[in-house]
Design a binder for this molecule. Structure first.
Ligand SMILES: Cc1ncc(COP(=O)(O)O)c(C=O)c1O
Length: 380
């Protein structure tokens, strides 16, 4: 079945006893055994749960993976993937990665003997050079990056990962499998903060990891059960429900984002407007080749920190908040919010300046969004 069909019917045909079209929420912690040594396939909900299973199977099918594993948050999914590595292993990581992933790598990964080297993953030649010089076990790439929206060449990453025998992990939170399927390009695992577009309504926190092979999927499921950061039956149901409208929402996010990006590009108070949907964006051609859309995230620089603060205080339709990918348009100040845990030198080096603002363009009427930005950017 095509993705739209899989999504529209997510959770259907799972209850032959009643014929329920909507997947039900199964809160049972434990399941009765038919007899000693027998199982219905469900024993204890940390290990597997019917509602979570429906979500995981939908995501695996959507992504073209062997197995999906649902976690209590996006970071719990990143954490589980990190546990696939062993002490002494080194991983190449996108330099302007989400600040929470950076914090996890540096504060926990390092204490468990892992090493992380941060690099601009949109520059394939730098990665190739890095791999020649040092021994790595994995690449962890965000695509497009949060918040600078740089685009890595997935095919090239897949080829390099194969050549060097690396685990290639792609955080695809910004695009979702509807717009891009990294496993098709050679990734071993696709990761999601499902809190964002997959959930799409600012009403749940969730994470997903989708593995290309059954073997990697089983290792992740083992970690999910052993460490216990599972997604609850209620959140699994809510996410499954949200997925049904994902393609429609993404279309509107993108339409609105392009309108906003074009507006910002012409506005003298907005500098370095980054949106891969703009034909002038450095990542446009590459993303066009490997995705069927560009998503709804834009970032730009205000003239100064004071100006960025003034814009944050002036918006009336955009909400000043720290997330993305939901119906409501949000504006974020990465420097001291989402990316506060990245040391100042590393932030500056990566271009995460104190003038940078990130927009998550929602589903509102675009004229309200333009009026709002027009007012906020016009200055005193
Ligand atoms: C790209 C990306 N990956 C992972 C995460 C972490 O996800 P969560 O907040 O659901 O734990 C985020 C959160 O903002 C994100 O933007």
């Amino acid at each position: 079945m095509k993705q739209d069909t899989l999504l529209a019917q997510a959770g259907a045909r799972r209850d032959p006893a009643t014929g329920a079209i909507t997947m039900s929420i199964c809160p049972s912690a434990a399941f009765q055994h038919p007899a000693l040594g027998q199982s219905t396939g469900f024993d204890y909900s940390r290990t597997t749960n019917p509602t979570r299973k429906a979500l995981e199977e939908t995501m695996a099918a959507l992504e073209g993976g062997a197995r999906a594993v649902a976690f209590a948050s996006g970071l719990a999914a990143v954490d589980a993937v990190m546990r696939l590595f062993s002490p002494g292993d080194a991983v190449l990581v996108t330099e302007d990665i989400y600040g929470g992933s950076y914090r996890l790598f540096e504060r926990f990964g390092r204490t468990h003997g892992l090493h992380f080297v941060y690099i601009d993953t949109s520059k394939t030649e730098n990665i190739a050079e890095g791999l020649k010089r040092n021994k790595f076990k994995g690449i962890f790439a965000e695509l497009p990056t949060n918040p600078l929206l740089k685009v890595a060449d997935l095919k090239a990453l897949g080829t390099l990962a194969k050549e060097y025998g690396l685990l290639l992990v792609v955080d695809n939170t910004f695009l979702t499998p509807v717009l891009c399927r990294p496993l098709d390009f050679g990734a071993d695992i696709t990761l999601y903060s499902a809190t964002k577009y997959l959930g799409g309504h600012n009403d749940l926190i969730a994470g997903l990891a989708v593995a290309k092979t059954q073997e990697t999927g089983e290792r992740l499921a083992f970690i999910q059960n052993a460490a216990g950061a599972i997604l609850s039956p209620f959140e699994s149901w809510l996410l499954l429900r949200s997925l049904k409208t994902l393609p429609l929402r993404l279309k509107k996010h993108e339409e609105n984002a392009l309108t906003v990006a074009e507006f910002l590009q012409k506005h003298r108070a907005a500098r370095n407007v980054r949106y891969p949907g703009l034909p002038t964006d450095p990542g446009h051609a590459l993303l066009t080749a490997q995705a069927s859309g560009y998503g709804g995230i834009i970032s730009f620089d205000a003239a100064s920190r004071a100006e960025a603060e003034r814009i944050l205080a002036s918006v009336r339709v955009f909400l000043f908040a720290e997330s993305l990918g939901a119906c409501e348009s949000l504006i974020t100040y990465p420097h001291i919010q989402t990316h506060a845990d990245i040391p100042p030198e590393a932030r500056e080096r990566a271009g995460l300046t104190e003038r940078l603002l990130r927009l998550s363009v929602g589903l509102e009427d675009p004229s309200d969004l333009l009026d709002d930005l027009s007012y906020a950017l016009q200055g005193p």
